[in-house]
Design a protein around this ligand. Structure first.
Ligand SMILES: Cc1cc2nc3c(=O)[nH]c(=O)nc-3n(C[C@H](O)[C@H](O)[C@H](O)COP(=O)(O)OP(=O)(O)OC[C@H]3O[C@@H](n4cnc5c(N)ncnc54)[C@H](O)[C@@H]3O)c2cc1C
Length: 87
C-alpha cells in the first residue's frame, strides 16, 4: 500500500529537485537511490551553470542562490577541439 504520493528514483540533482518541487506543491515523496553513499571522492558541484540558474529562476530560488554564492566571471573560447578558459 502506498504511503506517499510520489516515488523519486535517484537522489542526484534532478531527483532531489523534483522531490523538492513535489513537496512544495504539497505532495509527500520518498526518494530512493541505489548508491549507499554519494560519490565522496570528487566534487560534482563546483559551479552552477547558466541553464541551472534558468531552472532556479523558474522555481523562484535564483536570487537566493546567487546571493549565497560567489559570482565568477568566465570567458570561454573554443579553438578546434580545445577549449581555453580564462577567469
Ligand atoms: C567530476 C564531475 C564534476 C561535475 N561538476 C559539476 C559542476 O560543478 N556543476 C554542475 O552543474 N554540474 C557538474 N557536473 C555534472 C553534474 O554532476 C550532473 O549534471 C548531475 O549530477 C546530473 O544530475 P542527475 O540527477 O540527472 O544525475 P546523477 O547525478 O547521475 O544522479 C542519478 C542518481 O540516480 C541513481 N540511480 C541511477 N539509476 C538508478 C536505479 N536504477 N535505481 C536507483 N537509483 C538509481 C544514481 O545512483 C545517482 O545517485 C559534474 C559531473 C562530474 C562527473
Amino acid at each position: 500500500m502506498a504511503d506517499v504520493d510520489g516515488l523519486v528514483v535517484g537522489a542526484g540533482p534532478t531527483g532531489l529537485t523534483l522531490a523538492g518541487e513535489l513537496l512544495r506543491f504539497g505532495l509527500s515523496v520518498r526518494v530512493i537511490d541505489r548508491a549507499v553513499t554519494p560519490p565522496l571522492d570528487q566534487s560534482r558541484a563546483l559551479v552552477i551553470h547558466a541553464r541551472t540558474l534558468e531552472l532556479f529562476d523558474q522555481i523562484g530560488i535564483a536570487d537566493k542562490a546567487q546571493a549565497l554564492g560567489t559570482h565568477v566571471k568566465v570567458r570561454t573560447a573554443a579553438l578546434s577541439t580545445w577549449s581555453v578558459w580564462s577567469c
